[in-house]
Design a protein around this ligand. Structure first.
Ligand code: BG6
Length: 297
């Protein structure tokens, strides 16, 4: 009797390029190795966990204390936050798709040698109890010398709905106090550290304390300058009107069981979002795609 893992490998495996194992019982992970890059993607949450272009250091950060358990969010990689970003009283933080098992819908090697995975999830009784709408959600992950994530929301119901969402990207950096984010100069933001106070950015974003900001009404690329590591990461985006920048710093880090002491210095989240006032309304039968394109410069 084949196991679900056997079935995944038989249906979607690409010898020498793509195979599946489990991070823990019931948590299948796709492992990709090509001449361009290596990557791993958990089917729970359709969560890209690692991505390392050939010749580069890892780009995505995962905590040493991350918890791999069915139904628990993993601290790192790119969690998909949907159909809401942030806290909703009485409901799971950042929505419900990051802790559910998605289906693998396709895996192929494209002409330029990138691996393209398509993962999807739809509504069911459990999702209706949290959010009473019919939907289809699909994430296409293209793994090459750049990493592209495209999240398409389809409204398969009969009434319009509204979503907020994030490709909640955890990035490696060498030393947070020597890291800056360019591209948000003059943007307005809501400062979650100051109870969502409206503020305006001046110059590059720098880090000296807990930082948790929703930059609104911005479609600009973010350039993450890792001065100590001597490299820049770029996140370009489409279908996104907000960018969230987050570092928990010391005190908040201590409250998180799935983050090890001092790790905040080597990580940073720059999230491709539609958050806060930038919610997206999708009519019945309509669709919306949120895209993040991550590259090393
Ligand atoms: C960020 C939020 O996107 O995610 C923060 O802006 C939050 O407020 C962080 O703390 C992590 O959230 P979680 O649920 O993964 O611990």
């Amino acid at each position: 009797m084949p196991t679900p893992l056997d079935t995944l490998n038989a249906s979607f495996g690409l010898p020498g390029t793509l195979h599946f194992d489990e991070a823990a019982p019931g948590l299948p992970v796709a492992h990709i190795t090509t001449p361009l890059a290596s990557a791993s993607i958990a089917l729970q949450g359709a969560q890209v966990l690692t991505w390392q272009p050939t010749g580069q250091q890892p780009v995505l950060w995962v905590s040493k204390a991350a918890i791999f358990e069915e139904g628990k969010p993993v601290r790192g990689g790119v969690p998909v936050c949907w159909p809401w970003f942030g806290a909703v009283p009485g409901k799971p933080m950042h929505g419900f798709v990051r802790t559910r098992l998605w289906q693998l819908r396709g895996a192929e090697l494209d002409a330029p040698g990138q691996v393209v995975l398509r993962l999807g999830i739809g509504d069911d009784v459990a999702t209706h109890s949290l959010w009473d709408h019919a939907f289809d959600l699909e994430l296409t992950v293209t793994v090459g010398s750049t990493l592209t994530l495209a999240l398409t929301t389809r409204n398969t119901g009969t009434q319009a709905f509204e979503i907020t969402q994030a490709l909640h990207t955890y990035l490696c950096t060498t030393e947070i106090t020597q890291t800056t984010v360019q591209g948000l100069d003059a943007c307005h933001y809501l400062d979650k550290v100051q109870d969502f106070a409206p503020c305006q950015q001046s110059g590059a974003v720098t880090f000296q304390s807990e930082t948790d900001r929703i930059y609104t009404d911005t479609t600009a690329d973010s350039l993450i300058v890792d001065a100590a590591g001597g490299r820049n990461l770029r996140i370009a985006k489409q279908g996104s009107a907000s960018t969230v920048v987050w570092n928990p710093w010391t005190d908040k880090e201590k409250t998180m069981a799935d983050m090890a002491c001092g790790e905040y210095r080597q990580m940073l989240c720059v999230e491709t979002c539609n958050a806060g006032p930038d919610a997206v309304s999708i009519p019945a039968g309509g669709a919306h795609t949120l895209v993040a394109i991550i590259s090393v410069e």
